[in-house]
Design a protein around this ligand. Structure first.
Ligand code: ADP
Ligand code: MG
Length: 555
């Protein structure tokens, strides 16, 4: 199928393009960073595929990216000799955004440009940033391994349609030409382009080549061209860590924190892990991508290697570069590799340490983290019993202490405020914060000035079935079982409760008869100070709230 066809961008792409051009204009030079980042990804992919099929190199394994400009034609061109794209791939990757949830996400955008600009970075829209400075973009490409007759030429003015046609192309890889808009001539300048490359793309591990300005037609490498993570920590500047993050995470915003370490011993590997500032919009989708990349001795092996980190740390981005794994490692091998188990355990520890340190060092940043990823981290209590204690310390809850609804109370904060004689950590679960706060179960605790954690997240109920103690103190629901206030009650109070139970025996029997099968038991309680009655479930029974959730889920 070699014919020329004109296709329309997906509606979502059109919306994104529009938004992108307007919101990123003040930072327009980033188009170069994005195109170079794609060229580098394409080189990684080729190197990886060539591990099992050397012929894909077509005799040229010297992977690089080129940047050039033509003052007369008013064009800037970025080339790579990476994997390239077939016709189907061009149509699929350039012109559609295949991620589920995109439409909903776009509909929810605020129209606040600064904010929206940050968010659109998550989409894998880097390529479209070319349209910030260009009014026509031409992409010519050939997939490695296909014959020269399978070249593809794609072109668009970014207004809604694009053309694709099959052309002859001897060179493997991709060439992208930007026909600059009126007024964008600043990019027709070697010094300017070099400065932009060095600023954003110095960390790209393959050479970025430009013609020297001497006019003698020699090429020179503009970037440092070495793997950033393999360099000593003290030689890497904060900006370099930041730009590298944007490349690996496909994010337009700087990260919240990072941890870079070189592990030696039985397993040798380098890890550079980042916590993003914002949750990707597909954090809860099944087909989410871009997690931690696996390298073996600097060779890219795979994206989003799920085996490297557990599910509850799926928000972490970065690279792990092993010295020991074989180059031909596959996902199947990873699944049952002891080496990977060791790397994974080490990386979990590094990540949890990073979060612990962030919580101690920078409360504000930690609050941002918690807001974006707290719900995901909670899954760790259930998924990773071995690290339960460390994860428990990272949890934050609302409580009756400040009673302002903000989730900033740690279990350690709670423990430090426990009353003399208090042996347990009390909490209540409900399906909303107001419901938790106004529960009659809290009456006695408020009266005695005993703090209660207010849990109102969907996952909390499930969480608490796995988190039964913290630093030897049992966590108990104030809405379950017999309320045993232990040392919080004195002998007098206890005596009064016993007397009340005897005095109301008749009444209790009558209520029991009236309610019959609908209840397990009726008791006189000292839980309440204002309300006449409340529902309680037995210690080991499904709570009222979970019961409701299960019912809603059709269980
Ligand atoms: P992202 O890089 O986050 O996936 P982009 O908009 O930058 O998003 O690129 C979209 C997709 O287009 C890439 O994932 C890739 O499949 C394809 N692509 C872009 N540029 C190239 C290139 N130079 N070589 C091969 N494929 C490319
Ligand atoms: Mg990209």
């Amino acid at each position: 199928d070699t014919h020329r066809e004109t296709l329309g961008f997906q509606t979502e792409v059109r919306q994104l393009l529009d938004l992108m051009i307007h919101s990123l204009y003040s930072n327009k030079e980033i188009f170069l960073r994005e195109l170079i980042s794609n060229g580098s990804d394409a080189a990684d992919k080729l190197r990886f595929e060539a591990l099992t099929d050397d012929a894909l190199f077509e005799g040229d394994s010297d992977l690089k990216i080129g940047v050039r400009y033509d003052r007369k034609a008013r064009t800037v061109t970025v080339t790579d000799n990476g994997i390239g794209m077939s016709r189907a791939e061009v149509i699929e990757h350039i012109g559609t955004i295949a991620k589920s949830g995109t439409r909903e996400f776009l509909a929810a955008l605020s129209g606040d440009r600064a904010k929206d600009a940050r968010l659109i970075g998550q989409f894998g829209v880097g390529f479209y940033s070319a349209f910030i400075v260009a009014d026509r973009v031409t992409l010519v490409t050939r997939r490695a391994g296909l014959g020269p007759e399978h070249g593809i030429r794609w072109e668009s003015d970014g207004k809604g349609e694009y053309t694709v046609e099959t052309v002859e192309r001897r060179q493997r890889g991709t060439e992208i030409t930007l026909h600059l808009k009126e007024g964008e001539d600043e990019f027709l300048d070697g010094h300017r382009l070099r400065a932009v490359v060095r600023k954003y793309s110095d960390h790209i591990p393959i050479p970025i080549v430009m013609a020297s300005e001497s006019g003698k037609g020699e090429d020179e490498v503009v970037n440092r061209a070495s793997a950033l993570w393999a360099r000593p920590k003290n030689e890497i500047k904060p900006e370099e860590y930041e730009e590298f993050y944007k490349h690996v995470a496909h994010d337009f915003e700087p990260p919240l924190a990072h941890v870079h370490s070189r592990v030696e011993g039985r397993q040798e590997y380098i890890s550079l892990l980042y916590v993003p500032r914002h949750a990707p919009f597909d954090l809860w989708e099944r087909d989410r991508r871009h997690g931690v990349k696996l390298y073996v001795r600097r060779v890219f092996i795979m994206d989003d290697a799920e085996q490297l980190l557990p599910n509850y740390l799926r928000f972490v981005r970065g690279v792990i570069d092993s010295n020991d794994l074989p180059l031909n490692v596959s996902r199947e091998i990873l699944q049952r590799s002891r080496d990977i188990d060791a790397i994974r355990a080490g990386s979990v520890k590094k990540t949890l340490d990073l979060l612990t340190e962030l919580a101690e060092r920078d409360k504000e940043k930690y609050a941002t983290f918690w807001k974006e990823f707290g719900r995901v981290l909670k899954e760790g209590i259930i998924e990773d019993p071995g690290n339960r204690e460390a994860i428990a310390k990272l949890l934050r809850f609302a409580s009756t202490h400040a009673d302002n609804g903000s989730e900033d109370v740690s279990l350690a904060d709670y423990a430090a405020r426990m009353k003399p004689g208090q042996e347990k950590i009390y909490y209540i679960t409900a399906d909303s914060l107001p419901a938790a706060r106004h529960s009659p179960h809290l009456e006695i605790f408020r009266q005695k000035g005993v703090e209660v954690l207010l849990l109102h997240d969907r996952i909390d109920e499930w969480l608490m079935t796995h988190l039964t103690e913290f630093e030897k103190k049992p966590l108990v629901s104030v809405a379950k079982g017999d309320l045993d206030l232990g040392g919080l009650e004195d002998a007098d109070e206890r005596k009064r409760h016993e007397e009340a139970a005897v005095a109301h025996k008749e009444l209790v029997e009558r209520i029991k008869r009236a309610l019959g099968e609908r209840v397990k038991d009726v008791r006189v309680t000292h839980r309440l100070t204002n309300s006449p009655a409340c529902l309680v479930v037995d210690q080991w029974d499904v709570s009222v709230n979970l019961g409701r959730l299960l019912k809603a889920a059709g269980q």
